[in-house]
Ligand binder design. Structure first.
Ligand SMILES: NC(=O)c1ccc[n+]([C@@H]2O[C@H](COP(=O)([O-])OP(=O)(O)OC[C@H]3O[C@@H](n4cnc5c(N)ncnc54)[C@H](OP(=O)(O)O)[C@@H]3O)[C@@H](O)[C@H]2O)c1
Length: 322
């Protein structure tokens, strides 16, 4: 089968299209013929090997010191089940599915085997393969942080970076939980963010939300471009600052804020479970969640797709078709 192999950290050109053995499902696995995958911010970080100094050691311990441990990258997938192992009861050949490739990744390929109890669900009827492929990483991450923030209906929630993958899903999920949502993005994306359900939009190129005197119950930074110190005056008394970012400073601030105030900081790695993928499928099926697709590339143009995502201005998601 065709697959993208990454044998060293580096620029997008380290990604090579090669012929590799087609996987065979174990007894409890399904074999998925992949129709679409994505290029996520995580895939770009895994390939480039670029991490902040404070997270270098834990990241390299997990993902490989001198070269990526995961030979075939790609964390999101959507496709059709071609074969199932003898113990599989949840899926059958012919099922159209979407989800996450799992810890070993491997979605930049024609085929991938995953356990039947993995983060996999039947594709919503109202999404095509491209749209559903984007859900696991972006919407899964958004769901994790929005849930941790414990949003009550009608609370004021600000989503910073509302035009990114995580941000565009976060706007919709916060609306689903009944919040009054303000999305922060650049001029070109104001209309899009409104169309996703945001009640208010702020153009970050024209206005600094931390200086307009408005306070929010939850501020969720979905692109890691803000600092708690700058945002805290825009938080309500018992407000929550959530961020996709991680750093030593944030860890210290988390501890200190917990001890010294009624506010809360949420950071860390998103944990996305099988039941979350099922919930996201339901939300999509019921029309609460849609995927914003910026560009679509064939697998052969994976390097171009990585370069585009690495520039940091994609709108929603970048999809790879196979
Ligand atoms: N903690 C975790 O477990 C976890 C999980 C998943 C992802 N992440 C992290 O989450 C981040 C977001 O991922 P993503 O895929 O959603 O990102 P993304 O889609 O690549 O983000 C790009 C978007 O961010 C917007 N943007 C760029 N600079 C901005 C700024 N200064 N202010 C507001 N918006 C800005 C861009 O819009 P403009 O071009 O218009 O500015 C663009 O639409 C990444 O850093 C990723 O590593 C963390």
């Amino acid at each position: 089968m065709k697959a993208i192999i990454c044998t060293k950290y580096g620029p997008p050109e380290v990604l090579e299209l090669r012929e590799v053995d087609k996987p065979v499902p174990k007894d409890n696995e399904v074999l998925i013929k992949i129709h679409a995958t994505t290029v996520t911010a995580g895939d770009v970080a895994d390939r480039s090997g670029k991490v902040s100094a404070s997270s270098w050691l834990p990241t390299r311990m997990m993902f490989g010191f001198t070269k990526p441990r995961r030979k075939i990258p790609g964390s999101d997938l959507a496709g059709v089940i071609e074969a199932v192992g003898k113990d599989v009861t949840l899926f059958k050949a012919g099922d159209q599915v979407f989800g996450a490739a799992g810890w070993g990744s491997g979605a930049y390929a024609e085929y991938k085997c995953v356990g039947q109890d993995a983060r996999l669900a039947l594709k919503p009827d109202n999404m095509n393969y491209e749209e559903s492929a984007a859900v696991a990483f972006g919407a899964g991450t958004a769901l994790h942080f929005i849930r941790k923030a414990n949003i009550d209906p009608e609370q004021k929630v600000l989503i910073y970076g509302a035009s990114g993958s995580v941000g565009s899903y976060a706007v919709q999920i916060a609306k689903y939980y009944g919040a009054e949502v303000t999305g922060v993005c650049s001029t070109a994306n104001l209309e899009l963010v409104q169309s996703l359900g945001a009640d208010n939009v702020i153009d970050y190129t024209a206005e600094d939300f931390t200086k307009n005197g408005v306070t929010y119950d939850v501020i969720f930074d979905a692109v890691y471009k803000t600092f708690y110190s700058a945002c805290k005056n825009s938080l309500a008394q018992a407000g929550v600052y959530a961020t996709v970012g991680m750093s030593m400073v944030l860890m210290m601030q988390m501890l200190w804020t917990k001890m010294a105030s009624s506010r809360r900081i949420i950071s860390g790695v998103a944990s996305i479970k099988a039941e979350d993928i099922l919930l996201l499928k339901e939300l999509a099926q019921e029309g609460h969640l849609k995927s914003v697709i910026d560009k679509t590339y064939p697998l052969e143009q994976i390097a171009e797709a990585h370069a585009y995502v690495e520039a940091g201005h994609k709108v929603g998601n970048v999809v790879i078709t196979i």
